[in-house]
Design a protein around this ligand. Structure first.
Ligand SMILES: [Zn+2]
Length: 966
């Protein structure tokens, strides 16, 4: 048996064994003719790792081996998704231990399947077992006899692989595991299958896997290369994300992607007690499994740590037997609820993640000089999985009874916190409300609706306000903590989860002593904040209510086919709903002239919000019938209600007439979105996904590496997604960009790309980063004061008509004193001088994803559809400072009321207070829009994504001037 752990000195020797020349591992291929051989992918023969996965195991010869189906020794090269499925289906055709089902499809149409493996007897009653598991998950009404029967039956393990598409070895291990379970004849296999149902989810992200395999294969050659850093292991946009480059291991709470939605349903149809999510990490690392790092999310099952220790001990023993290195607890904390394993743990399973050093399908040399082959990586994953299944099998009864005990706690009346109720007051933004409710319903969370007005106690609003008693209207949506999905409800919807004292201390020490954060991801995530919902948590037990189901969230009825009579002068769409923006984009694309209302008004017998849209009949070509059909098509595609306006005359003194200047004409957006390195793949993906699937505006994807070569005149909107390396690219194209903006372009930049444009950097924008403007802090503070003052105008009539009151006859000494005091007071008001080194130190404590209170400019066109407070996500050390003439559309709140959720150190609070989050500034005929953060973060920050979409669709008409044709 050869081993892949090779001594450095042996490598050339072994390569030399089969290769006569110093570089070629195979004989030189003939360029053409019969001798030609295609490139061979995977582990090359000389480096074959041929340790058997299960030494001495006996297999049923009638079950087709993956080796036979794949034409490789399992795990020696990357298997395509279709090959993985072919292996499973070949086994399925010959075995009674396996059932394969398709549960969803990816954006690119690939099948997502689960493969349930158990004894033939268990498999024959698989659906009954699943129904039993559902009874354990929701034990309301479960009898003692029934629970005893179920607890004596099999437990369920869900084994998931390669959710990050370029973390490849897991999926090949999944097939090897399936084969061992389906064909294995030894007692350890058959006994395990008597006691467990093993559900294998072989490839969580086929679109990402196929992308990276394509890149790896396209870069492969005939000469071996052991360099882990070579681009032969992939390039932009890599394979981590799905089609839209979403990190699907951050999507489990919001479920923005079809893979996640389908998997929610699939996992919930089994209710597993063990849930494994197998990943890969840096090539020079070893292997990581759980227990995970602290802090733990308080909503995880109380037994989670103990179970992880048990699973971890068995996995450690299995790795020790091989002498393989591994570790636990060093990173991947248990705080965020949006990961695969966290989501599953919140349903009651023990969630486990692995991380195997990545090879990308061919051998690489490690720092120690050893060689890691792909097949050995597969072997590691397989060994961890097999150990986990062994742990569950050995502790089956305990696992099931702990699962049931946890489920009983979720639905018990006396469980602390079970009196709490999440209440959503229904508002005018129906699209957003429905997206929110549907995402809860689709993951099995019960939603109800109040059938009468009710009063609730101890209310806390999403934006922080507290009240002893609040009245909610009939029709309010209710999500009770007391339900089987209790842990998810609390974890996803709590407004302000906080680190405990120990975790806070540990994080501060890490920052102070090592200059880095231990936080693995964002520290806040509440869906209520991301959707900017009018939501509260309160105590309310006796509310008359009915259950809400998906059918209750039906789309709006289609607009009537026929043109209204009398023939309208125009058509109106209320602008509050996010779908309205999609209507505007589609109507503009259909060539209609569309107007945007800069204030609220009444028409056609109802109220319309600021930001509503108007299509005037007389401004569009064609018969009234033809115009209506185009308006109708845009309404159908976007799902909005269209109201015909019988007259252009306003019904009251407070409203504008429909033909006047309050209805500003939009310009059709011609959108370009910058992609390719160095743009951040997932941040690009979030914007791409939003424009493509939510707004429906056409856009061109441009290559950042060729930015200078495009004729930018063909676009009037250019979007720069977050990217920490875009500055050089932008610097080269700076003059072209400036000229393009000045002639009417709308440049939209986000996060670090926005920072690159600021005053002290490329200087396209007048906005400055705090660290570049420490000398001017007083001037920015004064500008903020003026801006806030302008929103709370108080006129002193006497001062206007009569001038200042006469000075009182006061002793000079006292007056001088007052003046001194005033001077002192002024000094206090002025921000203290900040030295660059102090600011540099304060930046160390910058947040890693916190939710802050954004104060919205109610007049700016870019904020239409939002109310006056918007929770915004802030990450990193860039603080944007703005003053007139820059318009600050969303400004961060003063320090005292800044934080809504997440870990915000005092240093960061002081730096971020009053900072700008969204700015709009004119430049010639064009404009620059800067978002301090990523507005469509992870596809579910719908409130800030609306502002991004506003910028794209409304910007060319409202923030910039387009030439008038003649
Ligand atoms: Zn991963």
């Amino acid at each position: 048996m050869k081993t892949a752990v090779l001594d450095l000195a042996l490598v050339p020797l072994i390569l030399g064994c089969s290769a006569p020349t110093s570089t070629a591992q195979e004989p030189r291929p003939a360029a053409q003719g019969q001798d030609f051989r295609p490139i061979r992918f995977g582990d090359p023969e000389p480096l074959a790792y041929d340790a058997p996965f299960f030494p001495g195991a006996k297999y049923d010869a009638k079950v087709p081996t993956p080796d036979g189906v794949l034409g490789q020794a399992q795990g020696t090269r990357l298997s395509h998704h279709a090959e993985l499925l072919a292996c499973l289906r070949a086994m399925d055709a010959q075995s009674e231990r396996l059932r394969v089902e398709t549960f969803a499809r990816t954006h690119e149409g690939r099948e997502l399947v689960w493969a349930a493996i158990s004894s033939p007897a268990n498999l024959a009653r698989l659906d009954a077992i699943r129904a039993d598991m559902a009874k354990l998950y929701d034990p309301r009404g479960l009898t003692e006899a029934e629970s005893e029967r179920i607890l004596a039956g099999p437990a369920v393990a869900w084994m998931g692989y390669s959710i990050h598409g370029d973390e490849l070895s897991g999926a090949d291990a999944a097939i090897a595991l399936a084969y061992h379970l389906v064909a294995g004849q030894d007692r350890d296999v058959t006994e395990l299958l008597d006691q467990l149902v093993v559900v294998i989810d072989p490839c969580l992200n086929p679109d990402g896997r196929e992308r990276i395999i394509g890149l790896v294969e396209q870069s492969a050659g005939r000469t071996p290369n052991l360099d882990y850093a070579s681009m032969q292991r992939g390039r932009w946009p890599y394979g981590r994300g799905n089609h839209y480059l979403f990190d699907m291991n951050r999507d489990w709470m919001a479920g923005t992607q079809p893979e996640t939605r389908g998997r929610w349903r699939a996992v919930l149809s089994f209710h597993p007690q063990l849930f494994v999510d197998a990943h890969e990490m840096g090539s020079q690392d070893t292997f990581l499994f759980y227990p995970q790092a602290k802090p733990y999310n308080p909503n995880l099952p109380p037994t989670q740590l103990a179970w992880n220790q048990r699973y971890g001990a068995d996995a450690a023993a299995a790795f020790d037997a091989h002498g393989w290195a591994y570790y636990t607890r060093e990173w991947a904390d248990a705080w965020g609820p949006f990961y695969s394993d966290a989501w599953a743990a919140l349903t009651g399973a023990t969630g486990i993640l692995y991380e195997q050093a990545a090879t990308y399908g061919s051998p690489l040399q490690r720092e120690s000089g050893t060689i890691l082959t792909y097949r050995e990586a597969v072997h590691h994953q397989l060994t961890a999985s097999w150990a986990n299944l062994g742990t569950l099998r050995a502790n089956r009864a305990q696992a099931l009874s702990d699962y049931l005990a946890n489920a009983r706690r979720n639905v018990a009346a006396d469980t602390p916190g079970n009196e709490r109720l999440f209440v959503l007051r229904p508002g005018p933004n129906r699209r957003r409300e429905q997206d929110f409710l549907r995402s809860l319903l689709d993951q099995g969370i019960a939603v109800e609706r109040a059938t009468a007005e009710f009063t609730a106690a101890n209310a806390v609003h999403a934006e922080g306000a507290k009240a002893d008693s609040v009245v909610f209207p009939a029709g309010s949506y209710l999500i009770a903590a007391r339900q089987p999905a209790r842990a998810q409800v609390r974890a996803f919807l709590d407004f302000d989860p906080r680190y405990d004292k120990e975790a806070l201390q540990a994080e501060r020490e890490e920052l102070e002593q090592k200059g880095r954060s231990k936080a693995y991801d964002v520290t806040s995530w509440s869906l209520a904040h991301a959707f900017d919902l009018d939501a509260s948590w309160c105590d309310a037990l006796e509310v008359p209510r009915v259950a809400v189901g998906a059918p209750d969230l039906a789309p709006r009825p289609a607009p009537p086919e026929a043109l209204a009579t009398p023939v309208p002068v125009g058509w109106l769409v209320d602008g509050t709903d996010d779908d309205a923006l999609s209507f505007a984009a589609r109507a503009l694309e259909a060539g209609l002239a569309v107007h945007w209302a800069d204030e609220a008004f009444h028409a056609a017998g109802r109220a319309f919000a600021r930001g509503s849209f108007l299509v005037r009949r007389g401004e569009n070509t064609g018969t009234p019938e033809e115009i209506w059909q185009r308006v109708r098509a845009a309404a159908l595609a976007s799902g909005v209600e269209v109201v015909p306006a019988p007259t252009g005359r306003a019904p009251d003194e407070d409203s504008a007439d429909l033909g006047g200047q309050h209805f500003r004409l939009l310009a059709r957006p011609r959108v370009a979105l910058l992609s390719n390195a160095p743009v951040s793949t997932d941040a690009y993906g979030h914007l791409w996904h939003h424009l493509d699937t939510r707004v429906g505006v056409p856009f061109s994807i441009l290559d950042a590496q060729q930015l200078g070569s495009y004729d930018l005149r063909r676009y009037n909107v250019l979007v720069l997604p977050p990217s920490d390396g875009l500055r050089e690219v932008l610097a080269e194209a700076k003059d072209e960009l400036a000229a393009w903006i000045e002639s009417g372009g709308t440049l939209i930049a986000c996060a670090d790309s926005a920072a690159a444009l600021t005053k002290g950097r490329l200087g396209l924008s007048q906005v400055a980063l705090r660290q570049d403007a420490l000398e001017d802090l007083a001037s920015y503070a004064k500008a903020v004061e003026r801006e806030r003052g302008a929103r709370a105008v108080v006129v002193d009539e006497a001062l206007v008509w009569d001038g200042p009151p006469p000075k009182k006859d006061e002793p000079a000494a006292e007056g001088a004193d007052e003046k001194e005091k005033e001077k002192e007071k002024k000094k206090d008001d002025e921000p203290a001088k900040v030295l660059p080194e102090d600011d540099a130190r304060a930046r160390l404590f910058s947040p890693q994803g916190v939710t802050l209170r954004g104060l919205v400019d109610p007049l700016s066109w870019i904020t239409s559809g939002s109310d006056d407070v918007m929770p915004v996500m802030v990450s990193g050390s860039d603080v944007f400072l703005s003053k007139e003439p820059v318009r600050t559309a969303v400004r961060l709140a003063p320090a005292s009321e800044l934080r809504l959720a997440g870990l915000l150190w005092p240093e960061a609070r002081a730096r971020l207070a009053d900072g700008a989050w969204l700015t709009v500034e004119r430049k010639g005929h064009g404009e620059i829009v800067l978002f301090a953060g990523a507005p469509a973060f992870r596809g579910y920050h719908e409130a800030s994504a609306r502002l991004f979409a506003n910028a794209v669709v409304l910007g060319p008409g409202l923030g910039a001037d387009q030439p008038i044709g003649w």
